[in-house]
Design a binder for this molecule. Structure first.
Ligand SMILES: C[S@@+](CC[C@H](N)C(=O)[O-])C[C@H]1O[C@@H](n2cnc3c(N)ncnc32)[C@H](O)[C@@H]1O
Length: 282
């Protein structure tokens, strides 16, 4: 994947700019693609998931998603946080949220920003965004402006629905002190992510990706072995109980194939949500 988004390709993928009529990106479930519309908040209990490795190292690689994953890892003390996602829209929402928080935006205004971004057909026209865009990475800002007319942050439900999963006011204040700048972003399918990595992380979080591609579980975990330190962790989770639950057997199956270097465990959360935790043993 080239590092710079291609606006013609992205607009063509969305098709009809009248988002109310639907596009290939506004149907669910669908396999995420290069410009899939992003979520503005997460439906997962990331407070719990990112807390699982709080004392286990500070170098984290995580899916960008709605930006909530790197933000919660920041709250939990990680210092070097790199992100990846198949969708460039995930990068854009992550950059906008990170800059909004760093800029000193009041918490209530931040919540309104997320709701407006979710519903707006043109993100750059949302109140507050014109001050944010000049301060985020240039390609990301150009992409947001260039996609006006397309609802690039329209995935999922009204963010107000996820009030308890959202960053709280206290966590928001922690972030305002801790955030240093934009997170590094690797635009990549998880299947080829290893080809773009250097060095070792303490924790790699693959979020809830494998519900779309369970056959990628074994090759992906194998490919990422050398990018997590011995004693480090690879996490996979789901937000609503149906996804990994459905593919749980796949993780059990790969346990045996990976047993020379990995131990796989399951952390159960409320609402049937589960986190698979792979530890690199050697
Ligand atoms: C279902 S979302 C939710 C993430 C999380 N709940 C959040 O909002 O922070 C998972 C993310 O994984 C990305 N994704 C899905 N399949 C992927 C793949 N094969 N490679 C890389 N990223 C992928 C999607 O684009 C999306 O941003």
């Amino acid at each position: 994947m080239n590092n710079k988004p291609n606006l013609d390709v992205a607009r063509a993928a969305y098709g009809n700019p009248d988002y109310k009529s639907g596009t290939q990106y506004l149907s669910w479930p669908g396999h995420p693609l290069d410009y899939s519309h992003a979520y503005v908040v997460s439906n997962e209990n990331l407070r719990h998931t990112t807390g699982l490795t709080r004392d286990m190292g500070r170098r984290v690689l995580t899916v960008a998603g709605s930006g909530e994953q790197p933000l919660f890892y920041t709250i939990n003390g990680a210092i070097q946080i790199d992100t990846f996602d198949i969708s460039y829209c995930a990068r854009a929402i992550m950059d906008i949220k990170t800059q909004a928080i760093r800029s000193g935006m009041p918490y209530e205004q931040y919540k309104k920003l997320l709701k407006d971004l979710h519903f707006a057909p043109s993100a750059s026209k949302v109140s507050g965004v014109s001050e944010i865009l000049p301060k985020i990475p240039a390609h990301s800002a150009q992409f947001v402006r260039g996609m006006d007319g397309y609802r690039i942050f329209g995935n999922g439900l009204n963010p107000e629905y996820y009030a308890s999963e959202m960053i709280s006011e206290t966590e928001y204040k922690t972030l305002q002190k801790a955030l240093r700048g934009a997170f590094k972003f690797i635009w990549s399918d998880v299947a080829t992510l290893h080809t773009q990595l250097n060095g070792e992380y303490d924790v790699i979080n693959l979020s809830n990706i494998f519900e779309w591609s369970p056959d990628l579980i074994q090759p992906t975990l194998t490919n990422l072995r050398n990018y997590v330190r011995p004693g480090g962790y690879i996490l996979v989770q789901t937000g609503c109980g149906m996804a990994i639950g459905k593919n749980m057997d796949k993780f059990i199956d790969v346990q045996d194939a990976l047993k020379d270097w990995a131990k796989i465990g399951i952390n159960k959360q409320e609402r049937d949500t589960q986190v698979i935790i792979l530890e690199r043993t050697r």
